[in-house]
Design a protein around this ligand. Sequence first.
Ligand SMILES: [Cu+2]
Length: 113
Amino acid sequence: MRLATLAAAVVVGMAAASSVPAAPPAKPVPVIVIRNMAFGPAPAGLKVGDQLMFRNEDIFRHTATSPAGGFDLDLAPKAQGVVRLSRAGALAVTCRYHPGMTLALKVAPAGRR
Ligand SMILES: [Cu+2]
């Protein structure tokens, strides 16, 4: 009985400590993984102003290039990079080294989903 009470007190203490963040949690940055010479699936719900991470898990160098989207990440093997989406619409993304690698992003105007 006393042991159970002590355990409950410890759990409550931990919950209290973790529920006092210094700042509101940041919105997680969606990640597109590049693997086996292909872009992973495009995240849903992207909008202008959002950040988007590309992570190259291949042993080859790749880029995440979108002239319409205004970004061009050059990613060494195992590297990652973040872009901020600045233009709405359907954005074609490709790799400059491997033109067969393509990805279609749908970006909504800011403030909408
Ligand atoms: Cu590539």
